[in-house]
Design a protein around this ligand. Sequence first.
Ligand SMILES: [Mn+2]
Length: 421
Amino acid sequence: MTKVRFIHTADLHLDTPFKGLASWNKDLADKLKDATFKSFRKIVDLCHKENVDFLIISGDIFESENKSLAAQLKFISELKRLSDSGIHAYFVCGNHDPLNSWLDTTQLPENVNRFGSSKIEKFTYSKNKKPVADIHGISFQEKVVKDNLALKYKLANNPAPVSIAVLHGTTGMAGPHENYAPFKVANVLNRGFNYWALGHIHKRQIINESNPVIIYPGNPQGRDFGETGAKGCYLVEIDTNSKVNLTFVPVHIIRFEEIEVELKDEDKIDRLPEKIERSKNNIKDFDDNASYILRVKLTGRTSLHAHLNKPGEIDLLQEHFNEGQADQRNFTWIDRIELDISPVIDLSQIEKGNDFTAEIIKAFYEYEEDSNKVTELIKDIDEDLISYQIKNEINELTQYELKAVLQKAKWKLMDLLIREI
Ligand SMILES: [Mn+2]
């Protein structure tokens, strides 16, 4: 029998302005902003469909302290939709929307509980007047919290059958996130809670599978190319033996994905759209009900090498692919096309000759084998040829990146030299 059933989400980041895309475009930014709200609406729909007892949101509901009134109204109207059906909601505030940034005038619907920031608070969820679950949590008062909040969580004296801890904080690698409210997994293992509902890290992670379950559900809508893959929330069921069943439910509207498309010698340009489409369909957990923002890397040996490398060519191709996409319900938007291709040229044959091209190849080989030589070469580049800024940037490239630049230069030069013949 099920004791309790709830949805766990975090990091909604409602009202994110989305300005960081390479191919920034207002229509697209508006669609992404709308997607943060739509994915939350899907979570609320899911609460109804699954007839859960409550919803937990582990902080960062809004992207910024300066959340718009409209965004707050949208959030509250979704919570009201839950409350009206008797579904409760519990949330903490995180570093993006600390408690001091919430308006005093925000009136939360009945059955909605926001945790305070002065101490760990507890709300008890009851069914038929019997306590079912104690939900403990604490909000960030201000943006920066460096304390180990996890150490402050304690079971109630006379606990309900299920105890849940809601915490916005960092365990493990913080990645691109600030190391706020940091704690070690060992800090929470023996505190008697059944479930640690974490937020803050946007990558979905099951930190501990049982006794207790510790989870970052990740954000329900990706926001950049650091947040690829299916995004969603967890449906959690805890049965009478305290066994926890977890189901991940995707709710993303728009996905960010990076794909590779390998071109072959015989491929003509008309194959490219089909190849991109196929590669998109092969994405892990592909969902044809979602929109996609793609970074496409073209690889392989292709006779299109010279054409694709013509200045401006890639931008025009990208524009062509994106034409009309913003009007589609499910769109595919290409944010960037990266080239990692080589021409169909047999270097070993050319190298055998004793002409200028053969000499050039041999010179490239020498540089490819000796990274010190490349560094020397760059040092010696005449500053009249390239700007000081570019020279500085080149100086910061890693050995690996330098090698890639050298490769690209080699193929471009070969293309030019051989076409001249
Ligand atoms: Mn966050």
